[in-house]
Design a protein around this ligand. Structure first.
Ligand SMILES: [Zn+2]
Ligand SMILES: [Zn+2]
Length: 329
């Protein structure tokens, strides 16, 4: 290693490589260590199945490190909500200033691990039912570190397979033969997963869904509906919503001017493999409050098409943060 590298850094890197082995990646610029990267898990002994959360720690060394603080970034949080990430980040800042002048990476790993061990339960919501995870819930961690109630994931995978079969049946036989086989995917990141649906199905429904009071349309919800309807109308007017209010051919299909004429005449779509995409969009349109019949957002038709109960609040009584929580990244 180059003599230009501080001995404290050389020693720290050697120790990291000796202890973490394949679990640490040292990126170098020439001979000089630049970035240290490692995925931190909670302490669960050797029981990997009991690790429900993790986060990637990235430490970018400065030329003067450890006499100046490195730049520390937490990436790819799994099962951690934004609140916990910001708590860990502020503890990291404290640790960095306490440890100025001495190597700090092991301290950071330990600090993060302690936090993860304390919170080794998926926080946030199950993105399928939007309820949180409560004591007594049966949940599953996928290979990609996303969490769902087992009950919900079973229903999701059963519905996914059913939908795949329905779409496959619509294809001409010669295309059915060459169509890719059904593959289970994670509803959050679309990584392929392999789950035993039969055993997932045996899990009870989420506790919060059982104990939830019956749905009731409150004045607060009506107010929210109005705000959302106005927002949707604005986005549709700006062309920012795919499938709602557009009268042209389905997006993401290759079409010719002639296809447009067919579409408008028959409200159908050109044949071949495009059928599948067109149908999928058609379905999405229906789910998106029946824009096929051009009902205005918030109209009686649109309201009638909305079937699900409102679940915009999680178990802590905070507004739902679907898509915004760390675990969903
Ligand atoms: Zn769920
Ligand atoms: Zn995933």
């Amino acid at each position: 290693m180059s003599a230009a590298v501080d001995e404290r850094v050389t020693d720290e890197i050697e120790a990291l490589e000796a202890i973490l082995m394949n679990d640490v990646v040292i990126k170098r610029v020439g001979e000089v260590p630049d970035i240290i990267e490692t995925v931190v898990h909670p302490s669960t002994g050797d029981d990997i199945d009991q690790q429900f959360v993790c986060v990637t720690l990235e430490v970018k060394l400065t030329p003067e490190y450890p006499d100046t603080s490195p730049v520390v970034t937490l990436r790819n949080p799994r099962g951690l909500d934004d609140e916990l990430i910001s708590t860990i980040n502020s503890q990291i800042r404290g640790k960095l200033s306490d440890c100025l002048g001495q190597p700090v990476v092991f301290e950071l790993i330990e600090l993060i691990r302690e936090n993860l061990t304390e919170s080794n339960l998926p926080s946030g919501q199950c993105v399928i039912c939007l309820y949180g995870f409560s004591d007594g819930d049966v949940f599953i961690k996928t290979q990609c570190y996303h969490h769902f109630h087992s009950h919900c994931l079973a229903n999701h995978l059963i519905a996914g397979k059913k939908y795949y079969k329905e779409e496959l049946d619509k294809l001409p036989l010669w295309q059915q033969v060459s169509a890719p086989a059904y593959q289970q995917t994670c509803p959050v990141c679309r990584c392929t997963v392999s789950c035993d649906v039969e055993s997932l199905k045996k899990a009870p429904p989420p506790m919060d869904s059982v104990s939830a009071p019956p749905f009731c349309l409150t004045a607060e919800l009506k107010d929210l509906q109005k705000k959302m309807a106005a927002l949707l109308a604005e986005q549709v007017a700006k062309g920012g919503v795919v499938g709602i209010g557009d009268t042209g051919p389905p997006p993401l299909t290759i079409t010719t001017p002639a296809d447009n004429e067919i579409d408008e005449a028959s409200n159908g779509s050109p044949g071949g493999s495009q059928d599948m995409k067109a149908e999928a969009v058609g379905e999405a349109r229906q789910n998106g409050n029946g824009s096929n019949n051009n009902s205005a957002p918030g109209s009686p038709q649109a309201r009638a098409a909305y079937r699900g109960p409102y679940r915009g609040f999680n178990r802590r009584g905070k507004p739902g943060r679907r898509g915004a929580r760390g675990g969903a990244r």
